[in-house]
Design a protein around this ligand. Structure first.
Ligand SMILES: [Zn+2]
Length: 316
């Protein structure tokens, strides 16, 4: 084994460690929610699909609007309750595509997507988890306006944490889609892949949606075999990250690679190959001679890869 490099302080994993108290008990109290929502000290994120509306500022922009400001920006948007911060309500309001387009003409606003906001650090980092929460929840509402059981229009209840069908009485709850994201490792080498949608020279972990009736470890082994033809043995859990594109939960793992030959599924991956720890270190430090990189620190892939470079992974 080569000596472990020192990569400096660990950056924060994006969209995690929310400062909000979700205060689930308030969701079922319409009067309390109404009072929180009408308090001018409440904060509202204005979100239109992938786009987030920011008040232009320097060095960071402000993603929070007072309730009256948010209502003026998106008069017809449904308001959902995200939680409490220092006793005040924090909400998100939906903004439809036409309204978002109209707002782009304003000099005092920045309208951009959440990935850009996170990577370019356009807002203070503590806003990322509640924006992720709001974006994922609003995405679910936008696609669940009708009952999946009987087809009737559903109603929003509990501050946005449930939709009820008035016809068949079924209750619908917001969903999160688990995704396994893993680094197959063998001694001083690991496997990274390139998706067709990756920009530049970025390489990352393999990943895929979990399927019903599947354990995390089995999903890691299946996806690694399907995408790269590598057989894996032991799997160790690393960490999770909410990934609101649109409603995923990334479950980060390291996996013991038992086979060597890579067989790429070209429908999923543009490329996949083995990398040495030395090469991956250069990629993490943005010092690779061919300009290859890992994903940025906002993504869990960066942290999964970095942990393997810096630490001994316990594949128990
Ligand atoms: Zn129904």
């Amino acid at each position: 084994m080569s000596p472990r490099p020192d990569l400096g302080p660990k950056p924060r994993l994006g969209y995690t460690a929310s400062v909000l108290d979700r205060a689930a008990e308030r969701r079922t109290e319409p009067a309390a929610l109404g009072a929180l929502a009408s308090d001018p000290r409440a904060g509202v994120y204005v979100i239109g699909g992938e786009m987030v509306v920011l008040k232009k500022g320097s060095p960071t922009s402000a993603p929070l609007f007072a309730p009256a400001e948010a209502h003026a920006l998106s008069p017809a948007g449904e308001l959902i309750f995200l939680g409490l911060f220092e006793g005040r309500g924090r909400f998100a309001v939906a903004c439809d595509a036409i309204t978002v387009e109209g707002l782009k003409a304003r000099d005092d606003l920045i309208i951009t997507d959440l990935r850009t906001i996170a990577i370019k650090e356009l807002v203070e980092a503590h806003h990322l988890p509640p924006i992720a929460e709001g974006k994922a929840l609003l995405h679910w509402h936008a696609r669940h306006r009708f009952c999946s059981n009987c087809g009737a229009a559903t109603n929003i209840v509990d501050g946005g944490w449930r939709r009820d069908c008035p016809a068949c009485k079924v209750q619908h709850f917001p969903r999160t889609d688990p995704v396994v994201i893993m680094l197959p490792i063998a001694g001083d080498r690991c496997v990274l892949g390139r998706s067709y949608r990756f920009q530049g020279s970025m390489w990352s972990c393999l990943a895929g949606f979990m399927e019903p009736g599947e354990a995390i470890e089995d999903a890691v082994r299946r996806e690694t075999r399907e995408e790269a033809g590598i057989t894996c043995g032991r799997v160790s859990y690393f960490a999770t990250q909410p990934w609101p594109f649109p409603t995923s939960l990334m479950i980060g793992c390291h996996a013991e690679a038992l086979s060597h030959d890579i067989v790429i599924d070209r429908t999923e991956l543009e490329d996949a190959r083995w990398f040495t720890r030395e090469e991956v270190t250069q990629m993490l430090l943005r010092q690779h001679p061919q300009g290859l990189t890992t994903p940025p620190p906002v993504a869990i892939a960066y942290h999964i890869i970095r942990a393997w470079v810096e630490e001994e992974i316990d594949l128990a």
